[in-house]
Design a protein around this ligand. Structure first.
Ligand SMILES: *Cc1c(COP(=O)(O)O)cnc(C)c1O
Length: 435
């Protein structure tokens, strides 16, 4: 084990990790990064095929984003946002309002906090309307919205939630439109309809105490890149309208072009009441999250009485450096037609993945925008770890979700890097299966 890794496992409690496993698989020491590549202290390189947990859109060390950050650092690093304001937070809010039609932005620093804000805002909005009963939420089966207590209560991933069950006010879950979950002999279309019927049946009985439905538009990423039909999203919006329930679109993972449109909701022609954004928003440079909402929600809080305001806060709310990074990311989006470019990039990587997709142990594959998912026919609990290790040996950072292999590379992945990824992933799969 390298000295840095050794010091790390002594002093750093790593996230989403059983620390004991680091006895045999130490954390990867990363000294620097450029483009798609992470470099360890000895100069060995690893292709960051999962965008460092889905945050990096344009590669490490992107010159435009880096320059904007340097300039902002020399101007204003931070100021509190209660009672003060600054150009980056205003400009970012204006731009995102134009892009989404949601003209009011509330800021935090991580995705889970954005979930908390949307849930609190929704229930408080109903309360300000004089409706004190609407305090419950609905999530989708296998949904993921973060791991603070409020966010975990709408997250349906038992491994993350079970230990904390007694601490949470767990929300209702309705069946997921995940196309893989269709019963044998049921078409994907019928499955979507069954899920909508279940949502309607739930709302019919419980709408009076339900504040909001929260979902990940088009792809439940943490569930294993589980894609579903935009028709579900469209009809869920209509049901929310009919039963007077807010729709919270958690675009933390899918926002900023990941699914092939700037926001996934666009593909269903849906405007949510709340949109949560984070992850790609600063292209992996600084933590930032926000919730966008409508004039109607905003108006419900606008009052002479302080207690009717939304008093939620975080110390680093609207940090100027992070907002400036996000503006630079939007500028990069304006420099070219990235959605068209990504279609070509994706087609190239998909073609290179043919041998992986046709592998006898790969059961199902899916691709949407710049995401790929491959379900492997194994129930060996050691598979994901072996695959991760085999990939590292081939200079690839990949972290499967149980038996689902997935790629979520930065949008700037070139042809050579795509081949490196496709070839390395296939070799790692064969090695992990052989063990
Ligand atoms: C990652 C994620 C979150 C939580 O964001 P954090 O910054 O990790 O707290 C919430 N929702 C979705 C869909 C995510 O992918």
């Amino acid at each position: 084990m390298s000295t840095l890794a050794q010091r790390s496992v002594q002093a750093v409690w790593h996230p989403c990790s059983q620390m004991k496993q680091h006895e045999t698989l130490p954390p990867l020491p990363v000294a620097r990064a450029q483009g798609l590549w992470l470099y360890d202290p000895d100069g060995k390189r690893y292709l960051d095929a999962i965008s460092s947990w889905w945050v990096n859109l344009f590669g490490h060390g992107h010159p435009h984003i880096t320059a904007a950050l340097h300039q902002q650092l020399d101007t204003l690093a931070h100021v509190m946002l209660a009672g003060c304001t600054h150009e980056p937070v205003v400009a970012l809010s204006e731009k995102l309002g134009q892009l989404t039609g949601l003209g009011h932005a509330f800021y935090a620093s991580d995705g889970a906090s954005a979930t908390e804000i949307a849930l609190k805002m929704s229930a408080h909005c109903w309360r300000n309307h004089g409706n004190f009963r609407k305090t419950r939420f609905i999530g989708l089966r296998n949904g993921y919205h973060g791991e603070t207590a409020g966010a975990l209560s709408v997250t349906d991933i038992p491994l993350f939630r079970d230990a904390y069950g007694p601490l949470l006010r767990i929300s209702a879950t309705v069946p997921t439109p995940d196309a893989r979950k269709a019963a044998p002999g049921v078409s994907a279309e019928e499955h979507t309809q069954h899920c909508l019927q279940a949502l309607q049946a739930y709302l019919e009985v419980h709408h009076a105490e339900t504040a909001a439905l929260i979902l990940e538009p088009l792809v439940q990423c943490a569930a294993g890149i589980a894609t579903y039909d935009p028709a579900y999203l469209r009809e869920a919006r209509a049901l929310c309208d009919r039963y007077e329930v807010h729709l919270v679109a958690d675009e933390i993972a899918v926002g900023f072009g990941r699914t092939g449109s700037l926001f996934a909701c666009e593909q269903a022609g849906v405007r949510p009441d709340f949109m949560c954004l984070s992850k790609g928003i600063t292209s992996g440079t600084l933590p930032l999250s926000l919730v966008l909402t409508t004039d109607e929600v905003y108006a419900a809080f606008y009052d002479d009485r302080v207690a009717r305001g939304f008093l939620h806060s975080h110390s680093y709310t609207g940090n100027p450096l992070a907002c400036r990074a996000a503006l630079a990311v939007l500028e990069v989006f304006e420099q070219r037609d990235w959605m068209a470019a990504n279609r070509e990039t994706a087609a190239r990587l998909t073609a290179l993945c043919a041998p992986l997709m046709q592998h006898e142990k790969v059961l199902r594959t899916r691709q949407i925008g710049m995401m790929w998912g491959f379900d492997v026919d194994t129930d060996d609990p050691g598979f994901a770890r072996r695959y991760h290790m085999a990939a590292l040996q081939r200079g690839l950072l990949l972290r499967p979700i149980a038996n689902t292999l997935y790629f979520m590379p930065p949008y700037v992945i070139d042809e050579e890097e795509s081949a490196w990824l496709a070839d390395g992933a296939l070799a790692a799969l064969n090695e992990a299966l052989a063990a």
